[in-house]
Design a protein around this ligand. Sequence first.
Ligand code: CO
Length: 338
Amino acid sequence: MTPTSPVVDVHSHYVPHGWPDLGDACGGSGWPSLRVDSATTATIMLGEKAFRPITDACWSADQRLADMDADGVDVQVVSPTPVFFAYERTAEQAATVAGIFNDLALEITQQATDRLVPFCQVPLQDPDAACRELDRCIANGHRGVEIGNHVGDVDLDDEGVIAFLQHCATQDVPVFVHPWDMPTSPRLDRWMARWLVGMPAETHLSILALVLGGGFDRLPASLRIAFAHGGGSFAFWLGRADNAWHQRNDVVRGRSDAPPSSYVGRFSVDSVVFSEASLRLLIDTLGADRVMMGSDYPYPLGERPAGDVIRRSQLSEGVMAGILGANAIRFLGSPASS
Ligand code: CO
């Protein structure tokens, strides 16, 4: 199959191969560091605790490009790994961390600017600082921003977050929302349940917050915003949310002007859902132009080859081409942002 536009993967992550000691740079303790285990393997450490083993695919542009070639991917959006967001720290600390990682991201993506599209991170706990870091990054070559789906107990309908998203719309910068900081409990700490159950629930809640919290009503329709992992549980339970909006309008309506299904069309999702039935649900519920290929590369819960579920599906050639690339090209917009 030959798509009419480049094949674009909107969901991948990087980790730099080392960074300055964040305790020295920011003060405090328990910061992420990298323990290099071999030429091609390392472990992200949180303080003294191992958080995640990683490979050179996280930091090596050559390895990344070779995997993209093997998977038939032309362009990849390269986003931060959420463990580095530092939203739980002070805004000053988070801004320092964001600056360090955003600059290191450019060192990776600058090796193939036509194929590796960097998305930055921002200190979202401080909207003004977040806007400043966004502007700095866009001026330096970043093409978008990845944000976590919440800041502590603050959801995406928070006035400060809305102000940041408004700024993204004004600056014509695409936003990718990634779940993170999932609730922890003995029940959720087994079998990667925080990833298997927590992440889809977090993403579901984020979209509902923008709907029922009146976030979309306060934001321009021109905002380009996408959610990871197919939007989590949202599409599957949209009917339940609509029914609740009508049946318990006194409570569920929140600040929204219309039922949740009315806001379909205001956001996009990625395709990393692994089954054709799930992919078709997204297309049927959100629209064929609202689904974009994403892989979650290079992590083990991601899809390899990237886009496999799309290419193996029975979708029409036009729909497939849109999901593999054309929709993402619209999402990313013009690279000439200055
Ligand atoms: Co991811």
